[in-house]
Design a binder for this molecule. Sequence first.
Ligand code: AMP
Ligand code: MG
Length: 372
Amino acid sequence: MYRLTGNGILSSIEQKWERLRILKTEIWHLKKVEPERDIIKRAAQIIKDGNLVAFPTETVYGLGANGLDSEAVKKIFEAKGRPNDNPLILHIANLKDVFYLASIVPLKAQVLMEEFWPGPLTLVFSKSKFIPEEITCGLETVAIRMPKHQVALALIREAGVPIAAPSANRSGYPSPTEADHVYNDLHGLIDVILDAGPTGLGLESTVLDISGEVPTILRPGGVTIEQLIPLIGHVEYDAGLHHSSEAPKAPGMKYTHYSPRAAVILLDGEPEQVASKLKDMVEDYTLKGSKVGLLLTNEIYQKVKDISTTYMINIGNRQDLPKIAQSIYKELRNCDLAGVDIILTETYHEEGLGTAIMNRLLKSAGYKVISC
Ligand code: AMP
Ligand code: MG
């Protein structure tokens, strides 16, 4: 059974989802630096009571629950609609907690923790006996990180437990970089959202498996391979990260992900060719009655800014990868809000932060790339 909305078709699954929204989600505003103690205390109590709090980190907003409480962790999966074979990251605020949660902490991991924690690096360890089954979804390993955000750290410390926190979006949708994004996806399904403004990095952490012989990147993110190698030597990318027949080692990487409702297509090539192809495609889609959104770097934007289309945004200079990383999820969501059917955007060099940006864009596009 389908219901038509202004934005297209709402499936029966989505209608069912709407009926599950029974909580009254509150948004509590607080400062990023020196967050108000009283608010943190109340939020920590919700976590201790086995319920859910969304909170900002330096990467994206997370959906937090007591990571040692199986029932609380199950609520994360329900609220997000997350597949139950996709394990969660535990967030800690004291480095020494790793020795309780992991059964082995290799020397290389200790070097990385010293350098990058708190920060956007998640390490996958052999798990200790204290980890609930629901966190790891049956794996023998556990993913842990220490976030670099005063609100996140204060919340974890006050709760006194590791906080399990995947991105606070509905599963499959772009991760939230603002409290409003969380509200749009999860209102009625969670108790509280702590709002401390937009997140810094805008993309998720790097997931590095340090439990085996060769440190392996399971998900590229805020800490780049170029930063890891000088400290620990050889690092590989998981073969399953490339669009190949290999199954990815991070279960989450096999799912459709980071995808807005609109279809995403990447255009690859020299600026002149990309601009010319864009103009043709916008004209073509518009004639067919489709609404097109364009997410463009300044270099291409300047060449096509006179064409008329439903939504067009200049996300900054091509070289300014931090700014592009920060805007991508938000702009994919804005395209949906503008009601577009198709989003056309560009490719990036897979170097530095460009590797994580391309990983997310390729997944959001279902690997649809047009060479120009
Ligand atoms: P998120 O849902 O954004 O928090 O992403 C967490 C990512 O870490 C997903 O891709 C998970 O599959 C991955 N992950 C979490 N725990 C493990 C683990 N023990 N082994 C491998 N990947 C993991
Ligand atoms: Mg996620």
